[in-house]
Design a protein around this ligand. Structure first.
Ligand code: PDD
Length: 285
């Protein structure tokens, strides 16, 4: 089946789904995005994703191109037209098309809106969850506002490729003090030897993941303790468990960091239980 994308007001076959050469998203990464899981054809945690989208847009002073309700209709329509049962929907909103000049266009132009959707392979993700993944650490060389979900992802691209080049799947960014911030496309977590869950506080140094936020409810639901604080790479090497979280992967256990075996080298019980419990706490729209 051919794929359909929503581009600035129209649903188009992929081969015709194009943006202008002077789109500021293309030239300056002057755009934000969201990725939502689709499960049984329904959007997962749409409300929280749209909340974060509005925060990202406000931080960059890009206006919402349409109401939240209208955006929800476009997301759903794109999912339906692509017949996605299990997969993801991608939404990108940029400052629009204007002659190339870093300053905001004056007068303002219409924001650009693109929505795509694609299926995910559940078996592949389940296999990853069952085996666990390896991660490598890389210096965090990103800008100071990675809490804004912009499409300016070059450090993430290079980090992810560095991981793959070293036979790992994901990269963890390390700040100047030697603490883990987050992964290239995931939030980073450890379980300490005394069973506490640790993830960095959601300040300007990480993206406040929606999966991360929902996991807080799941963790409390299981009677476990969370500590939101920086954790050093050395602490991660010695952790009982480690895992990553994101909308498309939910929870994936980490069994190796920079070649150090985590715990017994197998996915741990806490990560596995949280993966199973997640959708009980998420909202399906
Ligand atoms: N990535 N940190 C970074 C840098 C991310 O890019 C993501 C999401 C997350 C997790 O956020 P959430 O739980 O809201 O998905 C954390 C998306 C999935 C992506 O870029 O494809």
């Amino acid at each position: 089946m051919s794929r359909i994308a929503y581009v600035n007001g129209r649903y188009l076959p992929f081969r015709n789904a194009k943006v202008h050469v002077e789109d500021r998203g293309y030239q300056f990464a002057d755009a934000v995005y969201e990725v939502c899981e689709v499960r049984a054809g329904r959007l997962i945690d749409e409300r929280r994703h749209l909340d974060r989208l509005e925060r990202s847009l406000a931080a960059l002073r890009i206006r919402m191109p349409m109401t939240r309700a209208a955006l929800g209709v476009v997301l759903r329509e794109t999912v339906a037209r692509n017949r996605i049962v299990y997969g993801l929907v991608y939404l990108q909103i940029g400052r629009g098309v204007a002659r190339r000049d870093p300053a905001f266009p004056q007068p303002a132009v219409a924001p650009s809106v693109v929505v795509t959707a694609r299926p995910l392979n559940p078996k592949r993700l389940e296999a990853l969850a069952a085996s666990g993944i390896a991660v490598v650490s890389v210096p965090d060389n990103r800008w100071g506002r990675v809490d804004i979900k912009t499409v300016g992802l070059l450090p993430n691209v290079l980090a992810r490729q560095a991981a793959i080049d070293q036979g790992a799947r994901e990269a963890w960014f390390i700040d100047k003090s030697g603490a883990v911030t987050e992964g290239a496309s995931v939030n980073a977590w450890i379980v300490t030897q005394d069973g506490k869950l640790v993830t960095r506080q959601a300040d300007h140094a990480i993206l406040g993941g929606i999966t991360r936020a929902v996991l807080f409810d799941a963790i409390k639901g299981q009677g476990l303790t969370i500590e939101e604080r920086p954790f050093a790479l050395q602490e991660a090497y010695a952790a009982r468990e480690a895992f990553v979280s994101s909308a498309t992967q939910i929870v994936i256990p980490v069994v190796r960091i920079d070649g150090h075996v985590i715990g017994d080298g197998k996915p741990g019980p806490v990560a596995t239980a949280l993966r199973r419990a997640f959708h009980h706490y998420a909202e399906a729209g």
